[in-house]
Write a protein that binds this ligand. Structure first.
Ligand SMILES: *Cc1c(COP(=O)(O)O)cnc(C)c1O
Length: 390
């Protein structure tokens, strides 16, 4: 007879709205807007059916992971009741070997997004400056704001720059550093612009950065950059710059976005401080095993990256042939200028089951970001585009 039941004479509790709770949140979170993941793809899949949908909005890898990664996950199914290795030791060892660094220099994240957020949380707070480029990866602004620090947004290279329109202006970024600067975020190549900078430019940039400023180099697309494109990686400078670190991910070139694994490489001391805030089992068991297996299959990685380069070149040419401006890219997407009719074109494409990423949130409302699909997806995209532009 102890059952709890509704009683008529008890007025329902008024539910407080978002504004009420926001007023009680920390200062940084009060000014925060949640990450915009683009369209609701689950709803689209339900509406169109997966086979009729061309998903080119999230820079996913259409070729998927190495078969070894799938096999490694199946191999883990007997152990789902166990916690994963909190140290991720096997995966770290494989990464250390691959990159020629010590395992103490590696931190694993539930996606590199988690690491980028945690970096600001650990190294920046109220009154501190965090510097990054306009059109830099969206998470840089989110991380800074969430930490309650000041966003110092540096103008990108201009639209009419002869080599790297909208690219990071490394001189201007270096000039924006002050004694209040705690952190600098760079992405090379960058999302959503696709732009990149070279080794010499990066080395002279690092020579100008004071040693007290931590430089984060987000290298989510590093594996996809062509060898002859001269896209700098922070790897070569880690030994000479303790204030430099890089992040990478298994979400893009390795085709494992669904598993959520990224990693950071930096000084052992930096990793040790980051470890203080890491959730103990942040990377799950199947994911650890799959990523280790994926690292072992370099042939699949190279094959996948070669297909991407081939398709990116063809897609960019096909878009340019339609009179569209395509920005330079060393990634698995291209930023495309569609002009004043962008919103309508995007809506028309969506109605046909072709999903791209609108860029209004980045201050580029006349552009769409187009993930490079496989040959079939790109053909369907171009057919839909021809119908919409006609
Ligand atoms: C996709 C992407 C990431 C990676 O995110 P994960 O959380 O590892 O999936 C990080 N940085 C940039 C620039 C990206 O485009």
């Amino acid at each position: 007879m102890n059952a709890v039941r509704d009683s008529d004479d008890q007025a329902p509790q008024p539910l407080h709205d978002e504004a009420w709770f926001a007023a009680r949140a920390s200062r940084g979170v009060q000014g925060l807007k949640a990450y915009d993941p683009g369209h609701d793809l689950v709803a689209f899949r339900r509406k169109f059916g997966e086979a009729n949908l061309v998903e080119l909005g999230s820079n996913e890898n259409p070729y998927g992971p190495s078969p070894d990664a799938r096999a490694a996950i199946l191999d883990q199914l007997h152990a789902l009741h166990r916690y994963p290795d909190p140290l991720g030791a096997d995966l770290k060892r494989a990464l250390a070997t691959k990159h020629g660094v010590d395992t103490k220099q590696i931190l694993l994240g539930n996606g590199s997004h988690e690491l980028l957020m945690q970096l600001a949380q650990v190294f920046a707070g109220s009154g501190d400056d965090v510097v990054f480029s306009r059109y830099g990866f969206a998470v840089f602004a989110l991380a800074t704001q969430a930490a309650g620090a000041n966003r110092v947004v540096v103008d990108a290279l201009p639209h009419d720059h002869p080599h790297m329109p909208l690219g990071h202006d490394l001189d201007a970024i270096a000039a924006a550093i002050t004694p209040a600067t705690k952190l600098v975020y760079l992405a090379n190549p960058n999302n959503p612009t696709g732009t990149w900078f070279g080794r010499d430019a990066f080395a002279s940039f690092m020579a100008k950065v004071p040693a007290h400023v931590i430089v984060v180099m987000d290298e989510a697309y590093a594996e996809m950059a062509d060898a002859d494109a001269d896209a700098a990686t922070a790897l070569a400078l880690l030994a000479s710059h303790a204030n430099l670190l890089l992040t990478r991910t298994f979400s893009k070139a390795y085709g494992l976005a669904g598993l959520r694994v990224g990693y950071l490489i930096g000084a052992p001391g930096l990793v040790a401080v980051m470890e203080r805030l890491r959730e103990s089992f942040n990377v799950n068991g199947p994911a650890l095993a799959a990523c280790e297996a994926a690292l072992g299959d370099e042939a699949h990685l190279h094959w996948s990256c070669e297909r991407n380069t081939e398709q990116r070149t063809a897609l960019a040419a096909a878009l340019r042939a339609r009179g569209l401006r395509v920005y330079p890219s060393q990634t698995n997407f291209v930023l495309v200028h569609f002009g004043a009719r962008t919103a309508q074109i995007e809506a028309d494409l969506t109605a046909r089951g072709v999903v791209l990423r609108p860029m209004g949130g980045y201050g580029l409302p006349e552009c769409l970001r187009v993930t490079v699909g496989n040959a079939d997806e790109n053909r369907r995209l171009l057919a839909a585009l021809d119908a919409v532009l006609a």
